[in-house]
Design a protein around this ligand. Structure first.
Ligand code: HEC
Length: 162
């Protein structure tokens, strides 16, 4: 009588349950290993320009593009509080470290290029690969380094943004 409930589960069911447990486990550990494996091609195989992503130059250039194309929804400070409100889903809060931890460079690149169906997040496929990486560099840096509002784009701070 050590496993009273389990004893009444027929063998095929036990196998099925064990099988699904193994599947769930391997899926979750698979995600831990490389979350980018879930991305569609060609994004999964993108070469990440690691040096560019951490450069100030890319962040500053990314901020310029961000102000022109993204701040309307994602907010002047990257906190998801742009002037465009009442969207069906809220834009992401890029200042949130939890969001940053769950995001990868390739995933951000993919979302920017393809947009997200069923949300206000549009496709920005007209951007070059370099421009997209600069946006990725900037957006991913916000949680750690802030929104680069001071100094860098002083002439744009008169924007009516939040
Ligand atoms: C019209 C409003 C709007 C504009 C403009 C916009 N976004 Fe978004 N964005 C959204 C919304 C809404 C979401 C949340 C989508 C969702 O629920 O998955 C989002 C999500 C994202 C995400 C996160 C996806 C995730 O999985 O967490 C990134 C990265 C992003 N946007 C980058 C950008 C960049 C870079 C630009 C400018 C080139 C931009 N967005 C312009 C509305 C916008």
């Amino acid at each position: 009588m050590r496993y009273p409930i389990y004893r009444f589960v027929p063998l095929p069911h036990r196998i099925a349950i064990a099988g699904s447990l193994v599947m769930v486990l391997s899926l979750t550990t698979g995600c831990d290993r490389d979350p980018d494996l879930a991305l569609p091609e060609p994004y999964r195989s993108l070469e990440i320009p690691a040096e560019r992503l951490v450069s100030d130059e890319a962040r500053v250039h990314g901020r310029e593009l961000y102000v022109a194309l993204c701040a309307l929804c994602h907010g002047w400070h990257g906190d998801g509080r742009g002037t465009r409100t009442a969207l069906s889903t809220n834009p992401r809060d890029f200042t949130d470290p939890r969001w940053r931890r769950g995001m990868t460079a390739k995933r951000a690149y993919w979302v920017i290029q393809e947009g997200r169906n069923g949300t206000a997040m549009a496709s920005f496929a007209f951007l070059s690969s370099d421009q997209t990486w600069d946006l990725v560099a900037y957006v991913l840096s916000i949680a750690e380094k802030g929104a680069l509002v001071e100094g860098v784009d002083a002439d744009a701070t008169s924007s009516p943004e939040t």
